[in-house]
Ligand binder design. Structure first.
Ligand SMILES: [Zn+2]
Length: 225
């Protein structure tokens, strides 16, 4: 009991020892060395003797601090490594795509010189190895005149296919309308779309205002250049 106050002394060096009975570690102030105390683990009376193998330590806190610093450093290293890995991954495709793009450009340039002397230079530069786009790439299948549910509106519905490798812009579809006897009517039906992606379909819906209309055929397909 007389030894107890020593624990509250400030700035005392702490030593590490072990219980002679249960072999558990005991930390004690250097001043308490040689004292006989009851072991905090097993309660036996033990003499406080510092382990000669371990250097005197002020406390175990520096060890804990080093452990935290070490953990932070490892996390930072992993984080840094991931960052560089991502950077490498991110830059690799763009680096490899540059020579590829250059190859395509040189190919198309070669072709424009050798094979397309009869077409204008700007279109051959744009088309490269693709076959040039043509109005015949835009095809329309069957057209159905259908009344909209819950209203009296009639639409001419169908599909316009873009069978080309190009985006097609500003497509205006004009339909001729015919009555029950097959007589062409003076009114027409129209629909418009801003863009059709390469090899995509456009489901068009052209409003039919003439109630006499019973069938529709493609009148014209216009597109922006
Ligand atoms: Zn003990």
């Amino acid at each position: 009991m007389g030894f107890q106050p020593l624990f509250f002394m400030s700035d005392s060096k702490y030593l590490k020892g072990s219980c002679q009975h249960c072999n558990n570690h005991i930390e004690f102030p250097a001043e308490a060395s040689g004292s006989v105390v009851s072991c905090p683990h097993c309660g036996s009376q033990v003499t406080l003797i510092a382990d000669t193998s371990t250097a005197p330590q002020k406390s175990s806190q520096p060890t804990a601090l080093f452990a935290i610093i070490g953990t932070v450093a490892i996390i930072a290293l992993i984080g840094g490594g991931l960052f560089f890995w991502k950077q490498k991954r991110g830059s690799t495709p763009s680096r490899s795509s540059i020579p590829m793009a250059a190859n395509i450009n040189s190919n198309s340039a070669d072709q424009s010189v050798t094979t397309t002397s009869n077409t204008n230079a700007t279109s051959s530069a744009q088309t490269g190895t693709k076959k040039p786009k043509s109005p015949s790439d835009l095809t329309v299948g069957d057209i159905q005149l259908q009344q909209t549910k819950g209203s009296s509106l009639v639409y001419a519905n169908g599909t316009l296919k873009n069978d080309s490798d190009y985006q097609r812009f500003g497509i205006r579809l004009e339909l001729d309308l015919f009555d029950a006897k097959g007589q062409k009517l003076s009114t027409k039906a129209q629909d418009y779309i801003n863009v059709i992606e390469p090899h995509h379909d456009w489901q068009f819906h052209a409003l039919v205002v003439d109630s006499k209309a019973k069938s529709a055929k493609v009148g014209s397909i216009k597109e922006e250049d």
